[in-house]
Design a protein around this ligand. Structure first.
Ligand code: OAD
Length: 255
């Protein structure tokens, strides 16, 4: 069946004043980044608590760094897909538009999105756990193993949120404010099971937003969604961006 956007949704996206796109690993799947859950997901083969936690890092920093070096390599060889580009197009048209992402791959910014809240950090950044000095990937690659801070000798770690850690406060506060102020909130390519991020669609809905979900598979959020588009973000987001562009070209009386 050819995917379509209903006239009602086209009107809604054309009229929305404040739009939030809440994204997860599924949005980057079409760029070649593996998702976490599902039969082929990363967490079906590896245990998160053995790789993505402070405990794991303190126990075996070289194993954790090996894994992140592998992920950094995947991320450096990828490019944004039509879903990322569609969100950047939408931002240009809406009076207020924010991307809240759980992804650490930086693809939203690379596609041109400007207001992006990265709730789980960014794999391109690193910092010293002891003195906080930030380091880029060139430094980490040159270290070829566990990078140590030249300033203080502390362990350098990737700037991503690990299990059991709190989210970056500024990004979280801005995300909650955006969710509370949204009139259209889109939950896209996320299994919506990792909290506190997964509470944002519900915050938005409670505050009066229309909740739209895009995902090939239903999630625990689907029953709460006002509308569910079953399919890939790289298919539906360009359709939504097109609908938004068409609606905003036409005066209200012609819609
Ligand atoms: P998941 O792997 O849990 O979920 C990915 C979702 O994307 C699934 O619901 C898929 O059905 C959907 N999906 C797959 N292909 C898609 C496509 N082409 N278009 C749209 N959707 C598609 O990933 P997240 O929900 O992002 O946390 O996971 C949340 C967090 O769990 C991650 O940020 C990470 C992980 O542990 C940390 O690292 C802290």
């Amino acid at each position: 069946m050819t995917p379509v956007i209903s006239p009602g949704l086209s009107r809604r996206i054309g009229d929305a004043r404040a739009i939030v796109a809440f994204t997860g690993a599924g949005v980057s799947a079409e760029s070649g980044v593996p998702t976490f859950r599902g039969t082929d997901g990363i967490w079906s083969k590896l245990k998160p608590e053995e790789l993505a936690s402070m405990n794991a890092f303190m126990k075996n920093p070289s194993m954790v760094w090996e894994w992140y070096a592998h992920r950094k390599k995947i991320m450096s060889g990828i490019a944004p897909n039509p879903g990322h580009f569609a969100l950047a197009r939408m931002e240009k048209l809406a009076p207020s538009f924010a991307v809240i992402t759980q992804n650490i791959d930086g693809l939203h910014r690379r596609a041109g999105s400007r207001t992006v809240y990265e709730l789980h950090g960014n794999i391109e950044r690193n910092y010293c756990m002891k003195c906080g000095t930030p380091y880029g990937d060139d430094f980490v690659v040159a270290a070829n193993g566990v990078p140590l801070c030249p300033a203080c000798g502390g362990l350098v770690r990737p700037d991503v949120v690990w299990f059991g850690e709190t989210l970056p406060e500024d990004e979280w506060d801005a995300s909650v404010r955006a969710a509370e102020g949204a009139d259209l909130f889109m939950s896209i390519g996320t299994s919506a099971v990792v909290y506190p991020a997964a509470s944002l669609p519900l915050v938005a809905k409670r505050s009066g937003a229309y909740l739209l979900e895009i995902n090939p598979e239903p999630t625990p959020l689907t029953a709460q969604a006002d509308e569910y588009l079953q399919g890939a973000s790289g298919v539906f987001l360009p359709l939504l961006a097109g609908a938004m562009e068409a609606a905003r070209r036409l005066p209200h009386s012609h819609r």
